[in-house]
Design a protein around this ligand. Structure first.
Ligand SMILES: [Zn+2]
Length: 92
């Protein structure tokens, strides 16, 4: 889908602008949903917002540390939340 292309562009810009081309030290990545034994929910846009950029794009799992299972759930819930106007669509 279109989403995948956007993610790749996003990741490139992260590396260039914020990390100066290098991968610097990271906090240990743990999937927050696994750790808290919770599931992403479109009714909690405050939580979902942490998985989007300021412009409203969904962040790649390797940046947020979310596991594959919950990443899929996050993107599904974010899309639901967008339709219900809890979260913005990508702002131009
Ligand atoms: Zn998980």
């Amino acid at each position: 889908m279109i989403e995948d292309k956007e993610m790749m562009v996003e990741e490139g810009s992260f590396r260039d602008k914020k990390m100066g081309g290098k991968r610097t030290s990271f906090k240990k990545k743990v999937c927050k949903f696994c750790a808290q034994k919770s599931e992403p929910d479109y009714k909690n846009p405050e939580i979902l917002r942490r998985y989007t950029t300021e412009r409203g794009k969904i962040l790649p799992a390797r940046i947020t540390g979310t596991c594959a299972k919950h990443q899929r759930a996050v993107s599904r819930e974010i899309k639901r939340a967008r339709v219900l106007a809890y979260l913005p669509f990508d702002k131009q």
